[in-house]
Write a protein that binds this ligand. Structure first.
Ligand SMILES: Nc1ncnc2c1ncn2[C@@H]1O[C@H](COP(=O)(O)OP(=O)(O)OP(=O)(O)O)[C@@H](O)[C@H]1O
Length: 614
């Protein structure tokens, strides 16, 4: 079964019956190494071929589908045809010419890339894989077409080998015959197979939206003329998720660093373009909300996409609708949440305010919060996306979500995707963090609402092993952190790519004071307003608590103060997960330190590269 990058159902508003029928055949008659895009803008000029098919051995094919009937044709010339459409005589571009033009554009763009063109021999400068184009008439039989035009006329207007007719794409058609029809549309057969990097490069050129810029995700959608030697693109599963923007609820359960936030960013951009009502993105963590806000601001989408921490949004709802704050002994933020829930129940705060609602780091949400925000989606779109990773749930006592998604109104059944590949961390960092924490992950029951905790698979490159350093006092840990920072800076790591992660406020204050003494520019997010002012591009070292570091990432990270963590039985599992979160923020270098011993440091010592001396 071919891999459809964009589900035809997701595009149901625009898809014609003939396009749908062809989609069904491509889906079932092609093997699973075929990739198929339907009605996706291609290349620099962003034109929309009906289908683009890519196969590692066969090459690249563009198909143009026309739902015309035989009686619709009036007159032909090479590139302009006269047809009767909706009762009107119209001159249209020949569909074959249309498909050919798309392909010429694609080839011109791909040939610029030295890694996609021949470097020697007769085909010097040409693409390293074959390509073709053709037309599909799902409502015209071959017999009808042959009766309309002689063989000679067909050769001039639309050669037989470039056309698939109704009777050649039936459910009963032999799949091999259907495939042969497609292969007949190619110019050449190269008897070679495209490599995975070549396929990724083709996707990089054709679909700029799948590009990932490691330095600056905000530039994700910018066009570039010259492809760098090493490119990064969304993987197929991520691209499928990102493109399927259809109605309904979706749940993405992804391991740390599997691109959940990346997909969310992509969806925001797409949805902002298509929805009349604003998009709401919620997360628990204020610093993550600040990171996402920068991304959305850089896209100029702040009006259409509202990024808020959950509690910030609750406060906003109460103010906007002048709903009263509940009295009581609870914390202010707890009473705010209860007041919003009550306000919605009594109709003071309207439901369905947003065209889409997306929740990042959903594992930190209480069931009643989810129940509340699900109601905020416009039923006409019903577009709700929940992203979560149980392994990172640090605010709740229970392992796993601890409640069923259906009980809070999230329709997850059959709509949950699991992302297992971790792209963020080096292999060594991921192994270190996972080996440290796996005993605490436990397992949830697997059913349509509960997905068992999953072991991440590494897609990262190999780097040095994380270091563990035991020191005698916390002040020495601060000195060690500053030595790491200086060493990383000397090796060219930008200040905004370095974080010092601690667990308690006093630790953050202490290390922040040391950095200030040495005039090292930094942001201590625990200072008043610090979390909100987090800017991933500001040239400052980030000092942050592990709790606030969720959803963020840095090239080099030092985790301080692990020795003071409470290691009593009932909190061990929560704190292990917290340490897992802190350690998986590091992309390339990770150092962990302690100045007192506990069960965590004993384990870290076993796993890490132990550094001795001051
Ligand atoms: N297909 C990919 N190829 C290369 N890099 C990728 C790919 N997908 C994601 N990444 C990179 O992996 C890193 C992690 O992505 P992201 O922050 O979206 O993950 P996440 O699932 O939200 O993580 P967490 O839950 O741990 O915060 C980012 O630097 C992102 O650019």
């Amino acid at each position: 079964m071919a891999i459809f990058i964009q589900s035809i159902n997701a595009a149901s508003a625009t898809v014609t019956p003939g396009e749908r029928r062809l989609g069904q055949r491509l889906n079932s008659y092609l093997e699973d190494d075929y990739l198929v895009w339907f009605n996706v803008p291609v290349g620099r000029t962003r034109r929309y071929p009906d289908y683009v098919v890519l196969h590692p051995r066969r090459g690249l094919l563009v198909l143009e589908v026309k739902d015309w009937k035989i009686s619709d044709f009036l007159k032909f010339s090479n590139d302009r045809w006269e047809v009767q459409l909706a009762g009107k005589r119209q001159t249209v571009a020949s569909p074959l010419e249309q498909a050919r033009q798309y392909m010429i554009e694609i080839v011109n763009q791909l040939q610029v890339d030295p890694q996609l063109r021949e470097t020697e021999g007769n085909y010097y400068g040409k693409l390293v894989f074959p390509y073709g184009w053709g037309v599909v008439f799902p409502n015209i039989t071959r017999k009808q077409w042959n009766e309309l035009l002689s063989e000679h006329e067909q050769d001039l207007i639309l050669p037989a080998r470039r056309l698939i007719c109704q009777d050649e794409m039936q459910e009963s058609t032999d799949p091999m015959i259907f495939q042969e029809k497609l292969w007949g549309m190619f110019e050449y057969d190269f008897k070679r197979t495209m490599t995975l990097p070549q396929i990724d490069r083709v996707r990089w050129h054709l679909f700029p939206e799948v590009r990932i810029d490691e330095r600056k995700q905000a530039e994700l959608f910018e066009e570039e003329e010259i492809a760098p030697d090493l490119i990064k693109v969304l993987d197929m599963q991520q691209e499928q998720l990102a493109r399927n923007l259809g109605k309904g609820h979706r749940v993405i359960h992804g391991v740390a660093g599997s691109g959940k936030t990346l997909i969310l960013g992509y969806r925001c951009v797409q949805l902002a373009d298509t929805l009349a009502l604003p998009v709401l993105v919620l997360c628990y963590n204020v610093s993550l909300a600040a990171r996402l806000k920068h991304f959305i601001e850089a896209k100029g989408l702040s009006e259409k996409v509202h990024i808020r921490s959950f509690h910030e949004w609750c406060g906003e709802m109460l103010r906007a609708y002048q709903a009263p704050l509940r009295d009581g002994d609870g914390e202010h933020w707890e009473r705010q949440v209860e007041s919003v829930i009550e306000g919605v129940e009594i109709g003071l705060i309207p439901r369905a305010q947003y065209g889409a609602v997306m929740i990042d780091e959903g594992h930190d949400f209480e069931p009643q919060w989810l129940k509340l925000v699900v109601q905020m989606v416009d039923p006409a779109t019903d577009s709700f996306l929940l992203l979560y990773d149980d392994a990172q749930s640090i605010y709740r006592k229970k392992k796993g979500l601890g409640f069923s998604l259906s009980s809070v109104g999230v329709k997850a059944a059959g709509r949950t995707t699991i992302l297992r590949l971790n792209y963020r961390n080096s292999r060594e960092i991921l192994k270190f963090a996972y080996d440290f924490a796996k005993g605490s992950f436990g397992s949830a029951t697997a059913d349509e609402d509960h997905i068992p905790l999953i072991e991440p698979e590494s897609a990262g490159i190999s780097r040095s092993k994380p270091a563990f350093k035991m020191l005698s006092r916390f002040a020495d840990e601060c000195d060690y952190a500053i030595r790491c920072v200086n060493a990383w800076r000397e090796r060219g790591v930008p200040a905004n790519e370095i974080a010092i992660i601690c667990f308690q406020e006093w630790q953050g204050e202490a290390v922040s004071a040391q950095l200030a003494n040495r005039r090292i520019a930094h942001l201590w997010t625990g200072a008043p307003g610090g979390k909100k002012s987090y800017d991933p591009s500001a040239e400052k070292i980030t000092v942050i608590t592990a709790q606030s570091s969720k959803g963020l990432e840095f090239q080099s990270v030092i985790v301080l103060g692990t020795g003071v963590l409470n290691d009593e039985e009932d909190v061990t599992s929560d704190l292990t997960r917290l340490l897992y979160v802190a350690m998986t923020r590091a992309k390339r270098q990770l150092a962990v330190s302690a100045s007192a011993e506990n069960r965590f440091t004993r384990r870290l010592k076993e796993l890490g590269e132990v550094k001795v001396g001051a």
